[in-house]
Design a protein. Structure first.
Length: 191
């Protein structure tokens, strides 16, 4: 999964994009919802329907879909059980990040909204394991392609392999200690 640009060029592009991300330090409240849900996911080990609704607001997704109606019919304890299992898998440091991402993504297949595509699932996983997971969406795919990486073609574990390579490129070229969420923010701005 090699990129067409040099690692230094990729790192420079990512760092510049990351600096443009709307942050609390810069006076933006864009990530406020994500940070609140993340804190509850860390505290409780799971998230429920209210938190998922909050994350969908953060992602600006359409909530008038069949799957949101289906999710609403699930008892919250069942939603929490599925997200707890997925978060545990995502946080498992005995596995590589891409392996953990694939396992966690598979666990979320039970949950309405997570059967097709990785956008919703990756958003939940980013809230539950922000140091290891990143949001996979159209912007992220566009950004990895702009940076010269292959389209992950819907596979979250492939995408996370690219995210890890991008974090390594930045860390190696700059001496920083970027995590998946740092790459995620940069991809958001590039894409």
């Amino acid at each position: 999964m090699a990129a067409t640009g040099s690692q230094q060029d990729i790192a420079t592009a990512l760092v510049a994009a990351h600096a443009q991300y709307p942050s609390l330090e810069g006076g933006s409240f864009y990530d406020e919802v994500l940070l609140e849900v993340r804190a509850r996911a860390e505290r409780d080990g799971s998230i429920g329907k209210a938190d998922i609704g909050a994350l969908l607001l953060w992602k600006r997704l359409n909530l008038s879909t069949v799957w949101t109606c289906d999710l609403n019919e699930w008892p919250d304890r069942k939603v929490r059980a599925v997200t707890a299992e997925a978060f545990e898998l995502a946080r498992n440091t005995d596995r590589s990040v891409p392996e953990a991402a694939g396992a966690a993504r598979s666990a979320l297949l039970k949950l309405p909204g997570c059967q097709r595509g990785a956008a919703v699932a990756s958003t939940l996983l980013t809230a539950g394991a922000p140091d290891r997971m990143a949001v996979y969406d159209r912007r992220a795919v566009t950004a990895v392609q702009i940076l010269g990486f292959a389209d992950p073609q819907g596979y979250y574990s492939r995408f996370m392999t690219t995210v890890c390579a991008l974090a390594e490129a930045v860390n190696g070229a700059t001496g920083r200690q970027w995590l998946a969420r740092d790459v995620d923010m940069a991809l958001f701005m590039i894409g």
